[in-house]
Design a protein around this ligand. Structure first.
Ligand SMILES: [Zn+2]
Length: 140
């Protein structure tokens, strides 16, 4: 769920607003809960999922999806980063690390995804087929 922080220019009240979706945010006119003014400064702070101390790896699948659907590269990069670290991966795969770095630098998700697909196509070992072995048919 997107969360945005604002400071009211009239009364200097700082507050956070939550939106169900990014579309709701686009449609909304935020106003100060204290004085009702709409003359607000948006505080550039990380949204809810990136709050210090919040364990992203503990996110529900739905929350993760909302991050991914949000399409914010840096946010997704942070998600990757934390998940990679908290998963206890000692040697995080180079690809994973690269992907995370790219996202954190703000590279578009589509571009990063395409790069991954190309890498996968080029570098997949020929023995990657993991078909379960069927027991040989025995005809009595
Ligand atoms: Zn106010």
């Amino acid at each position: 769920m997107p969360e945005y922080d604002y400071r009211c220019k009239a009364c200097r009240n700082e507050f956070s607003l939550f939106y169900r979706t990014y579309a709701d945010f686009d449609a909304a006119t935020p106003s100060c809960p204290q004085c009702g003014k709409t003359d607000l400064t948006r505080l550039i702070r990380r949204v809810a999922i990136a709050r210090p101390g919040r364990d992203l790896s503990g996110m529900s699948a739905n929350e993760m999806m909302s991050v991914l659907e949000g399409g914010d590269s840096r946010e997704i990069g942070q998600l990757f980063d934390q998940v990679g670290q908290t998963a206890g991966v000692e040697n995080m795969s180079e690809t994973y690390q690269e992907t995370t770095d790219k996202l954190l630098k703000g590279e578009s998700v589509a571009k990063v995804e395409k790069g991954l697909q190309e890498q996968a196509a080029a570098g997949s070992p020929p023995t990657a087929e993991a078909k379960p072995k069927k027991p040989p048919k025995t005809t009595p």
